[in-house]
Design a protein around this ligand. Structure first.
Ligand code: UYC
Length: 233
């Protein structure tokens, strides 16, 4: 098995995301040896992750370990990744730990609610009391904080969720909102998807389905979010 493990370890480091995800799945089903290989992978990546180099495959490895949740894994996380694999950077002094926790648990509905709360916190005390955002508040959001929130969504969803995914799809349809809505499952024909029961709170959702932005007051908030300098990297 050690040959098999070192082979899978190498494949985890080198292949396309699709294959990496497959290897992660295979390792998570290979008992203790597989879990050890996944831990070795994350440990090798540690310095790179701390430098902001976290990728979707790192998140998938973290998720697989988080789900297996053996005593050894708990100890491993506690000593090496107490805050997860995404550096929780904030210029606004906001703690993104609770969001990391919900996403690690794949509780996408609670994570979605908390994301809106965090955006309101970024906008200031008035927005916190109001519980929704003015589009003018969004331009002032620090790049760092939006990138942290987005990276958390992205790496804990196998690359499916996040504002950067929505932006890519939106640009792909020439910034045409009416073409974007059905693509991300927010509208079907003339019918808006109803909050919360009609949304898909799992990885079965289409790409870009989450996080939600309520369209009740128009597209300007979402337009400001997807146009933010945070995504011009
Ligand atoms: N809701 O329909 N939405 C709410 C969405 C619309 C409405 C929250 C998304 C269309 C009302 C979230 C879509 C619409 C409330 C979302 C969607 C509508 C509400 C909770 C598909 C009617 C009660 C957070 C585009 C035709 C809110 C929040 C209130 C809530 C998200 C109605 C996350 C993505 C146009 C009446 N909807 N929303 O923002 O103010 O309150 O009482 O987008």
């Amino acid at each position: 098995t050690s040959d098999l493990m070192s082979d899978l370890f190498d494949r985890l480091r080198s292949e396309s995301l699709r294959n990496q995800l497959q290897v992660v799945r295979q390792l998570s089903e290979s008992g203790e040896a597989g879990l050890n290989t996944l831990m070795a992978f994350l440990l090798e990546r540690k310095a790179h992750l701390e430098n902001g180099g976290v990728g979707v495959s790192d998140g998938a490895v973290y998720q697989a370990l988080f789900t297996a949740n053996t005593a050894k894994i708990q100890e491993f996380f506690q000593s090496h990744f107490p805050q997860g694999v995404v550096p929780l950077r904030s210029e606004a002094g906001i703690d993104y730990g609770p969001l990391q926790q919900l996403l690690a648990q794949q509780d996408f509905q609670a994570a979605d609610r908390l994301t809106l709360e965090k955006l309101c916190a970024l906008a200031g005390t008035q927005a916190v009391a109001r519980k929704w955002l003015y589009f003018t508040e969004i331009d002032r959001f620090p790049v760092t904080d939006l990138q942290t929130i987005n990276t958390l969504w992205l790496v804990h969803s196998e690359g499916q969720f996040g504002y950067s995914v929505q932006r890519e799809l939106w640009l792909g349809v020439g910034r045409d909102w009416e073409k974007l809505w059905p693509k991300i499952g927010w509208k079907s024909g003339n019918n808006w998807t109803r909050y919360p029961q009609e949304f898909i709170w799992s990885l079965d959702a289409p790409r870009g389905h989450l996080p939600l932005s309520n369209q009740l007051r128009g597209v300007r908030v979402m337009n400001a979010l997807l146009s933010h300098p945070a995504w011009r990297t």
